[in-house]
Design a protein. Sequence first.
Length: 389
Amino acid sequence: MQNKNILSTAAQNALPSGVRRMFELAKKYPDSINLTLGEPGFVTPWHIIDACIEGLKCGKTKYTPNAGIKELRDAIAFKLNKENGIKCDPDKNLIVTAGATQALMLAIVTLVNPGDEVIIQGPNWPDYRGQIDMVNAKTIYAKVDEKNGFKMTADIIEPLITDKTKLIIINSPSNPTGGVLDYEDLLAIAELVKKHKIFIISDEPYEKLVYDGFEQKSLASIPGIEDYVLTINSFSKTFAMTGFRVGYICACENITTNLIKLHENMIASVPEPIQLAAIEAIYHGDEDVAEMVKYYNRNRHLIVDGLNSIKGFSCVCPKGAFYVFPNITEFGMTSVEVAEYILEKTHVVTSPGSAFGPDGEGYIRICYASKYEHIAEAVERMRHAFGAK
């Protein structure tokens, strides 16, 4: 007889966050410098906050259409067409979600059945694996490393494709590595999709956080894969709106129709004042983003140059996002041991690479979206503790 008191397989197999664990360990050091969480180092721009407040003052406190209010879908479609080259009908191809996290869960539930295989980058954002597990599918890791700039390219993906492969997820710029896929990389991946007729999610929340003149292109702008590609994005990282929890999915009409049905069973709709804030961000937030990227770029050079001057670290300079993923194998310890060692010796909080899947071993992740002064102090502490090269 089945034991009715046993929790679901997904719940039992869910892995605790290695990032959050370091966050908790740091609490015993009052002077700790926390460089773990992927949190923009800015308060949401006030004109965006004001748009949300004005919505509340106007009584915008009711349910909205499941797909999101028309004004926001129109704004997103305008943005996708102008900035990403994606043809998008706001009434047929869009759904507004509670951040990119819910968008991903919704997409995976819509596309993937138990036993299917999903190819993701290794190392990767941990929630990919968690969400794949929740639908009882199998995660297949496409291993990348600093030798090719942490790129999940077509030649790495194709050998992993089997008759059970249902979905590929790409993430550029990438969390945790900051790696990016250029247009030639995307063209090759698009050919894979055409050849094997596999669904693919392009997860793009860091699209505007790019440096050195790099311009991130969208996979969905490439003709011929419209029925297979889902573009997921959010306002969290770009506009420092992590707490607002608003994102979106752009997909073909058949997929979107089913996304909306399942969305009703998850959260029904995103609060309207939050959606009004997102509209303000799209139409009037470009200057804010430019200032943030300028600040992050300064921090990027500080952390990369700093780490490469310290014994035990080897760090490639990322072209996107706000993370570095330095190689720490010279320490001769696991990534968890190194992260704990750094915390003990310097009171600087980093994330072990193993928190981002098995292929993250040998690295740590550092978020450089913090204050410049905090990063400078963290570098100085580590240089003092471990010595200069």
